[in-house]
Design a protein around this ligand. Structure first.
Ligand code: GLN
Length: 305
């Protein structure tokens, strides 16, 4: 497959979308990013890399971080995790409170904010140094890359404006689905979201999810092939909030987006891909990122379907 040519063609074809959408504004720090950035990195399971644009620039991975925390939570907690969180698509916004109230504090899935806050609570209960261990795990997914760091000003900026996430955390606590102190859970969650990674680094971090028949083993964090497949299934059905169906229809790969404008996706047993463009659509997903991945699976004629 000539991925270099395909990435070039994609870039030419998505240019008309370069002014569509706006970067997220509810986290003031995210506004400092150049809205016209665009980067992509496709990495095959054999380790070949194909890049274009700002593929080495780090950006805030935001909700993509929920996949890494889920992997840790699933390893540490096992099946009992699913007593506290569901595995159904939410069909509503990533930060919806209404659904959580109706469903009595059990989040629909671990990839919406409510679910990720419960996972954060689980990590806090299991780990002695949660922030350090989370960072260590992500660095290990990237071959021990110590350049990957939290962005403290991003985390603080989000906490200062994080009224909705605080409301969700309170609702969870009211329903006894958070065990630790709410502030502590929020602090951890905002830190994980603030993590700065480039497309190249994200593509590397997602290879173990793509190559799930190889052992998933990173120090304390180990998952069986079946558990990795299940995380992929959750990405497929829940990775794009109320646009999960749209992404599945247009792209056909398991993936996860973040309001920083990043999307990471995998083609099982073939490649992982990360794309970044900060302008978002109304659902909080990158406009150019979604279009780029749609063109990728259309041009290669390969998706999971
Ligand atoms: N930190 C963001 C929030 O909680 C993450 C949301 C996202 O990327 N969709 O609102």
């Amino acid at each position: 497959m000539n991925y270099t040519q395909i990435l070039n063609e994609i870039y030419q074809e998505i240019k008309p979308y370069s002014n569509v959408g706006e970067p997220a504004s509810y986290i003031p720090e995210l506004q400092k990013v150049n809205p016209d950035s665009y980067g992509i990195c496709l990495r095959t399971i054999r380790g070949a890399e194909y890049v274009m644009g700002d593929s080495d620039e780090r950006f805030s991975i935001q909700s993509i971080s929920k996949v890494f925390s889920l992997a840790m939570g699933f390893c540490l907690e096992g099946e009992t995790l699913w007593k506290r969180i569901g595995v159904e698509p939410s069909g509503s916004a990533f930060n919806s409170v209404i659904q959580l109230e109706i469903e009595k504090g059990i989040p629909r899935n671990p990839l919406i904010n409510a679910g990720a806050l419960v996972v954060a609570d689980i990590l806090l209960s299991h780990l002695e140094h949660p922030e350090e261990e989370y960072l260590q795990f992500v660095r290990q997914l990237c071959g021990g890359n110590k350049q990957i760091k939290y962005n403290e000003s991003m985390a603080v900026s989000e906490r200062e404006h994080g009224y909705l996430n605080a409301a969700i955390a309170n609702m969870l606590k009211y329903h006894s689905n958070i065990q630790n102190d709410i502030e502590r859970v929020l602090r951890f969650y905002f830190r994980q979201c603030s993590l700065g990674m480039s497309c190249r680094e994200l593509a590397q971090a997602f290879i173990p999810f793509s190559n799930h028949t190889q052992p998933f083993k990173f120090d304390k964090i180990t998952l069986t092939a079946s558990q990795v497949k299940r995380i992929n299934a959750i990405m497929q059905t829940c990775g794009f909030y109320d646009e999960a169906g749209e992404f599945s229809y247009r792209v056909g790969l398991p993936g996860k987006s973040g309001v920083g404008g990043g999307i990471a996706a995998i083609c099982p047993r073939k490649y992982s891909v990360a794309v970044w463009s900060p302008r978002l659509n109304k659902k909080g997903n990158s406009v150019m990122g979604m279009k780029a991945l749609e063109l990728l699976t259309t041009k290669t004629e390969v998706s999971i379907f």
